[in-house]
Write a protein that binds this ligand. Sequence first.
Ligand SMILES: C[S@@+](CC[C@H](N)C(=O)[O-])C[C@H]1O[C@@H](n2cnc3c(N)ncnc32)[C@H](O)[C@@H]1O
Length: 269
Amino acid sequence: MSSTFENNPTEQAAGKTTSSHLILVYAHKITRTYLRKYRNKGSGDKTQEIIKRLDEALEKNDLEKATGLFDESVREHVSTNERLEYIQNFHSQFEDLINGSRIIIDIGGGLYPLTFPFENAMNLNQYIWIDSDAKSYEILERFQKLYKKNMPSSKNSHQIKSQLNIPEIILYNESFEQRKWNEYFSNEPDLVLMLKLVPVIWRQQRNLIEKLASIPGKALLVTANKESMTKKENVAKKENTILMKFIELTGRNITRKIDTQNEFGYLLS
Ligand SMILES: C[S@@+](CC[C@H](N)C(=O)[O-])C[C@H]1O[C@@H](n2cnc3c(N)ncnc32)[C@H](O)[C@@H]1O
């Protein structure tokens, strides 16, 4: 199953790189409607309920409500939520690649696209997302709907797209084992994202690790958690051992280290 949606890189509002930021910037620039950034803290594990409320908001084309629900869904997803506090710092460490890449592939992406700084990805043509998680897919599909609904429907939309270089976002809701790499992209990606993915595959789907290591791409970013989910244990050493074994399998060189409060990783070429 795959789907595409278009996103809008425009301008950066300082300190805000969540889904609501993207929608806000989009809405402001394209429809010239100002929307307040909406945050909802303290929600429990209620992704299904969020999806239902998203459908209601989308039905009414209530952009403000939908924006808040995308924020909520980011906070419900452990991996993206953990990164949220340090996201500016995280992105600043590979901003040259965010700015320069034409094709990015995000393997096991979860809800990370909702926090990706599309507004800084000025050369991006395609953001390809692969994840077997149906709930993340359902949320990203609704994100797509929102964009489509609020895109100018006139013949001008094509013109605006080319002016703003709006990237195509392609969603594959499946395991990356389903296709050969060259069926996911026709040109080699500039940046391959494997954020917090390698330890998961190493532990739970070891048979897929060689396929993961063999992905074509000019640069590859692999990261892992520093802390366990309960934050009681420092797991950086264990995770680093796995990343190092994986890097050896890729045959690539480490060109940069990435480091935040609770996540670390390597850029490979
Ligand atoms: C720890 S989460 C990381 C999510 C995201 N990359 C981030 O850092 O915010 C791992 C993700 O990998 C996905 N995943 C696990 N095995 C997969 C596979 N074989 N193919 C595609 N996605 C997979 C899971 O569904 C989950 O969304």
